[in-house]
Design a protein around this ligand. Structure first.
Ligand SMILES: [Zn+2]
Length: 443
């Protein structure tokens, strides 16, 4: 058992003093921030909740309550991962990507799914992933579930079972994943919508790309979402081809249907390769349609612009700064973990924010980027009181020894401490050997 660097008072009520918190993640009160956008705060914890959140030094200390001085260490709320693939995670040892490319990933996953994704296989890998994310300090996860043929009847019931099992630790949501051309098949749509209604969370989605009948397929999806009160979540333009503009088609469809649900679009890589006037027009429509955009920088850096024998020249990420400047809600998330779409990854949002800061140069561009793994995805997922620090909210905290962003991002924060409902959790990560028994079968 390891609970990180901090030793918390063994009490239901205690005080955490002298911490640095991102001002952008504090709800209520009046705080002064330093040039990193960090405010010095004190917290009173009682019965699993934040009883008070005040500027450091202003808390009236009571003699009967234990205190812990964090000496300026950064505190975050537990974080929100709005784009993952729990059904694919950790299949790498038995089904690696043969060449590190996007087509290589598609083929390897399809073969592995067909051969190996039994309920036991999916459940075991999902549970491993959830224990990992929990140990890193994640409060909520949205996963995509490959929803094709026989897999629909296997993955969705397992997902629903895991969502129930994890209540109170990680809030889970799932969105179906299939190629957009499948939307043209009424039989497929009927099965997917039935699975979402029975096991899902009011979320419909697919992968979009430039098929000739894209608008007709999108009309079918938007109509189904409107009729059933579903939100929408798309994988969009995960490509370096500037002709990939399905993001604009999704925005047009949202406006055409006067869609009132939430829409989240992931990837949108080719947006950053558009001519400036095209990029501006598309971003304008995305804003008008109320679409949120989540960038998956780790996966993009791995897959995009890869050619044998040639050094990559492009980071693969979408135009996230321009989207944010236009007022589009922007996020970053984990995406794949140890599967053919991304060989690495551990569902650690501290790593994702650190790497996003480097890959997307989030530094030197305002101090509210922590919202991209906390407040903003929580809002998209409709989660109240998650991804923020607020009096009355849950005492769900990530605590570190880092006093500034340079200290925070320079190290992996492997010794962070995590409170869930005011109690320190065991941060021991599950070992990969646990999964060895699933890795023997060739796909
Ligand atoms: Zn994805």
């Amino acid at each position: 058992m390891t609970t990180g660097f901090a030793t918390f008072p063994d009490a239901s009520a205690f005080r955490l003093l002298n911490m640095s918190a991102p001002l952008c993640l504090i709800d209520g009160g009046s705080f002064a921030a330093d040039r990193d956008g960090l405010a010095r705060i004190d917290l009173a914890i009682a019965d699993g909740r934040i009883e008070s959140l005040l500027p450091a030094g202003t808390e009236t200390l009571r003699d009967d309550q234990p205190t812990l001085d964090l000496e300026g260490g950064l505190v975050l709320p537990r974080l929100v991962d709005c784009h993952t693939h729990l059904d694919k995670g950790h299949i790498w040892p038995r089904s690696p990507n043969p060449d590190g490319t996007f087509p290589g990933a598609l083929t390897a996953v399809a073969n592995d799914r067909e051969a190996n994704w039994s309920a036991l296989d999916v459940r075991t890998r999902m549970d491993f992933s959830l224990r990992t994310a929990f140990a890193h300090g994640t409060a909520a996860i949205r996963t995509h579930l490959d929803s094709l043929g026989k897999q629909i009847g296997i993955s969705w019931p397992v997902y629903a079972e895991m969502r129930e099992r994890w209540v109170g630790r990680i809030a889970l949501q799932a969105s179906p994943l299939f190629g957009v051309e499948q939307a043209l098949d009424p039989a497929h749509m009927a099965v997917v919508i039935a699975a979402v209604k029975m096991h899902g969370d009011g979320l419909l989605g697919c992968v979009t790309y430039m098929i000739p009948e894209l608008d007709r397929a999108l009309d079918i999806l938007f109509r189904a979402a409107s009729e059933n009160g579903f939100d929408l979540d798309f994988h969009v333009d995960e490509s370096n081809d500037p002709a990939a503009r399905s993001l604009e088609h999704i925005a047009d469809a949202a406006l055409r249907h006067r869609f009132t649900g939430k829409i989240l679009c992931g990837h949108c890589c080719s947006l950053s390769l558009q001519a400036p006037e095209d990029e501006a027009r598309i971003i304008g429509k995305v804003k008008e349609a109320g679409i949120g955009v989540v960038s998956l920088p780790l996966c993009n850096l791995y897959l995009q612009d890869r050619q044998a024998g040639r050094t990559p020249r492009w980071r693969g990420v979408t135009a996230l700064h321009e989207l944010k400047a236009a007022g589009v809600p922007v996020m970053v998330a984990s995406d794949n973990t140890r599967d053919p779409f991304y060989a690495y990854g551990d569902l650690d949002l501290v790593e994702v924010l650190r790497e996003a800061t480097r890959i997307l140069q989030l530094d030197h561009s305002g101090s509210d980027w922590p919202c991209a793994v906390a407040r903003t995805p929580a809002a998209v997922m409709g989660l109240d009181g998650v991804g923020v620090l607020a009096a009355g909210g849950p005492a769900d905290l990530i605590l570190t020894r880092a006093r500034s962003w340079t200290e925070f991002f320079a190290r992996p924060q492997g010794d962070r401490s995590i409170l869930v409902a005011g109690r320190a959790i065991d941060r021991t990560l599950p070992g990969y050997r646990e999964l060895d028994h699933l890795m023997g079968r060739a796909s």
